[in-house]
Design a protein. Structure first.
Length: 300
């Protein structure tokens, strides 16, 4: 099955009753959650309002690069700026039996929970996966997966998972900035939005914004070992799309680093001291490549 043909397959399940047809707002709170360090008063006693502080950043439009992320206060080297849960993620097909099908954490297949050839690291992940997996199990994806595997395709896997989330009602079809009238019913959404054009639009956004996830297992106190662990990690365990991290612009000499310690939850850390008002940037490619090679890769 070609990637485009999957849209027609999913259309067969437009009338499938959804457990998640109502709580869009609840699920979006989870998908978009980004947190920074909890702020505690100097006396050490947490006030009733104590909790995860908002990230010390703001997103603004610039004339040269469009959206960009800026520091709202000074950020020290090594500080965790914020964390981010993926909007959608999917394991690499080569890692299907070695990582959790939901959070992409590396697993022991002997102790992991198995379901139709995929594994979950915990009952919580197995339950959370229902936002897409209950729909996914109702179609035969063998030909689709084989096609992606032989062609070396990874982004259609993310589109497939997102489409299943839309059908289940766990995510709106426009979650990746695909506009839709607010008064559409769920049935109208599936009929009018899950089309070849929807697939093409989503795939284009995913191709631009997807992060390749390489797990750097363990805890790294110094920044050099943290960055090295990420670069030297084993082959990517999967890919994911995030909201806030996608607003960071590229720089070959970045002041911010994105890292995955044990699963698809991303951490953004400061590589050096960052001043208030300074733009935060990350490196999307291997900075050790030659200038010409980096320029060619970034232009693709």
């Amino acid at each position: 099955m070609s990637p485009l043909a999957f849209v027609l397959t999913l259309s067969c399940y437009r009338r499938w009753p959804s457990r998640f047809s109502t709580p869009y707002s609840h699920n979006l709170l989870v998908l978009f959650s980004s947190t920074a360090t909890t702020i505690t008063p100097p006396n050490g006693n947490k006030s009733p309002s104590s909790g995860p502080a908002p990230p010390p950043i703001r997103v603004a439009l610039t004339e040269s690069t469009g959206r960009a992320v800026f520091a709202t206060r000074r950020i020290g080297a090594g500080d965790t700026i914020h964390t981010a849960k993926p909007i959608v993620s999917h394991p690499s097909l080569s890692a299907i039996t070695t990582v959790c099908y939901f959070c992409l954490k590396k697993i022991n297949a002997v102790t992991a929970s198995q379901s139709q050839g995929v594994y979950f690291c915990s009952e919580n992940c197995k339950e959370s996966s229902k936002v897409f997996y209950d729909v996914e199990k109702k179609a035969d994806w063998l030909a689709f997966d084989d096609y992606c595997r032989t062609q070396g395709l990874k982004y259609p896997l993310l589109v497939k998972r997102l489409a299943c989330m839309v059908i289940s009602g766990a995510a709106p079809a426009g979650i990746l900035d695909i506009l839709q009238p607010a008064n559409l019913t769920q049935g109208m959404i599936l009929k009018e939005v899950l089309t070849k054009q929807w697939y093409t639009d989503v795939l284009a956004r995913i191709r631009i914004n997807a992060f390749r996830i390489e797990l750097a297992a363990g805890v790294y106190e110094d920044l050099l070992s943290l960055a090295s662990a990420s670069i030297e990690a084993e082959a990517a365990v999967g890919n994911a799309i995030y909201m806030l991290p996608s607003f960071y612009n590229h720089d070959c000499d970045p002041n911010t680093h994105i890292v995955w310690i044990e699963n698809a939850d991303a951490k953004l850390k400061a590589l050096r001291d960052i001043d208030e008002g300074e733009e935060l940037q990350i490196c999307y490619i291997d900075a050790s490549m030659s200038y010409d090679a980096r320029e060619s890769l970034l232009s693709q």
